[in-house]
Design a protein around this ligand. Structure first.
Ligand code: BV8
Ligand code: ZN
Length: 264
């Protein structure tokens, strides 16, 4: 199969042709799309996990074992996410959303940058870091109280607050994953952008799309665990490659579609 995966540095004529014909587009993103916004990924040398072992942070057991470490890590990531800005890759996906008849962005990211970039049709498979809820009674936090050790606690039952993300070993929210699976199954073109394709069941979506006839393309700065299953791997930063796709689709817009210039 790997011999059939074309390794390219820019979108192929075949992909551009498929995009011209496509009525249904599904995009999967991972931490890589937020790198150009200054956020670190999970597995790159300076990645989020490098300082810690994932099981020490992103599981409920780890949280119960060391709530101060896990709460502090998420607070640090939330501050980074809030001070980051959506980049050209996020904004290009918003344009693909506006230009497509059927579209769904499926993100694994919890940094809320896609929402802030204005993408409307999206699902956050792994939740988002700005939501917080009580680990004991499940209430979202509307009023913050702190324990003596400075831990963020639930005002109702004094339980510790956890981030509204999906941890390893936790099941994904049903509705977002159902929407993601449906969009992948009906996609004419499926783009997998900035993900190492290691974490399931999200990593199963490109294969589901391919099995249902989609043209599947990976955009990454290096091959991922699933590059060999893709029709094409475009090696390059998402913030450079995605705008090329938008530019091509926009060049096809019938001129009479352009808004009459009323300023003259
Ligand atoms: C579950 C939120 C039922 C928290 C995250 C088979 C089926 C189902 C489950 C499993 C299975 N096999 C194993 C499992 C268990 C587990 C799993 O997949 N483990 C892995 C490690 C093998 N899955 C689960 O536990 C899931 N739960 O399925 O429930 C169940 C329950 C128990 C047992 C079985 C089943 C829940 C998974 C969700 C975990 N939560 N995040 C948080 O953020 O803190 S995962 C986290 O890592 C991300 O959300 C993301 O999903 C994942 C992978 O990270 P990436 O986004 O890909 O980032 P990474 O750094 O790895 O890669 C970045 C890429 O970007 C690189 O390729 C790099 O080259 C590229 N890049 C860099 N710069 C750029 C770029 N690309 C483009 N442009 C650039 N500029
Ligand atoms: Zn509570």
């Amino acid at each position: 199969m790997s011999s059939r995966t074309a390794h390219l540095t820019e979108p192929s004529e075949q992909l551009l042709g498929r995009l011209e014909q496509a009525t249904s587009l599904c995009v999967l993103t991972g931490a890589g799309i937020s790198v150009e916004s200054g956020l670190s990924t999970f597995r790159d040398p300076e990645g989020l996990w490098e300082k810690y072992n994932p099981s020490d942070l992103a599981t409920e057991a780890a949280f119960r074992r060391n709530p101060k470490l896990v709460q502090g890590w998420y607070q640090a990531r939330l501050e980074q996410a809030i001070s980051a800005q959506p980049n050209a890759g996020h904004l290009a996906i918003t344009e693909l959303d506006e230009l497509s008849e059927y579209f769904l962005l499926v993100t694994q990211n919890v940094d809320t940058l896609h929402t802030r970039a204005g993408t409307k049709r999206l699902v956050e498979l792994h939740g988002n870091i700005s939501d917080e809820r009580c680990v004991d009674c499940g209430q979202p936090s509307d009023r913050l109280v702190f324990s003596e050790e400075g831990l963020r606690c639930c005002a109702d039952c004094n339980g510790f607050l956890r981030p509204g993300v999906v941890w390893f070993g936790e099941t994904l929210p049903t509705e977002p994953f159902e929407r993601a699976s449906e969009a992948a199954s009906r996609a004419d073109v499926f783009l997998s952008v900035g993900t190492s394709s290691i974490v399931y069941p999200a990593a199963g979506l490109p294969l589901l799309a391919k099995q249902n006839g989609a043209f599947v393309v990976e955009i990454n700065v290096e091959p991922s665990a699933l590059s060999h299953t893709m029709h094409e791997l475009i090696l390059g930063p998402a913030g450079e490659i995605l705008p090329l796709l938008v530019e091509h689709i926009r060049s096809l817009q019938p001129l009479n579609k352009l808004e009459p210039n009323t300023s003259r």
